[in-house]
Write a protein that binds this ligand. Sequence first.
Ligand code: FPP
Length: 256
Amino acid sequence: MSDLSLAPAAVQPPNDAAAAVPRHVAVVMDGNGRWAKSRYMPRYFGHKAGVDALVRVINTFADRGVEYLTVFAFSSENWKRPADEVSGLMGLVLVSVSKYLTKLAGDGVRIRIVGDREAVSEKLRKAWDHAEEITKHNTRINLSVAFNYGGRWDVMQACRQALAEGLAPEQLDEAWLSSRMAMAFAPDPDLFIRTGGEMRISNFLLWQTAYSELFFTECLWPDFGLAEMDAAFAAYARRDRRFGTLRSSSSSAEGS
Ligand code: FPP
């Protein structure tokens, strides 16, 4: 497991403010294919295990006090994967909605889908609409599934709205753009987790992760559980979030 914090846990104790639980956790669920391959199984098997892992951990995130969990399920670039994997993932989503929706709804999970819905099938769009509709009054945790999503697409579509609305250049500011982006309903992610060993953002929430704390782990997504969550939260608690200022998130004194 790799953690980008500069000092090991043993020599850098948590501070009070940073020890707070992240309100919003964003996750790149990487490693499903390798997980399946190591078991001599097709990649689909890994993605299926990935959905099961997600359903397993949602309640624990909620119990820890996380209010928003946003997962990268299908990127704008994933269309370039072999056709059978793409159709497998589309089918898996439909199967997963019918398999788990009642449970998630009963567990108080509010589901939202973020991304470009134009390119997905009508059947899938209807399944998303249904999942959003029947969970819309839930408040325990907000699960956002980024599907056919890309950070660059998100910035682009918000800019297009500005143009379409005839906004003057001086009217366009960060707050306006944020209000038109796919995650406008949520605070920016505090903690960004990527499993599977790669250390990159891969066009996930580019705008929103400007000041997110990054946590990378070798753990393959289907194996993600309590131990990895604890490791991610412990790393987060050791970070000193300054948001570009000199002010430490753990102190009221400038420059400390
Ligand atoms: C990355 O692993 C994972 C994906 C591209 C898909 C993740 C999707 C799911 C877990 C299903 C989501 C569905 C719902 C309903 C939330 P990889 O295939 O790149 O793995 P590898 O790096 O080992 O090849």
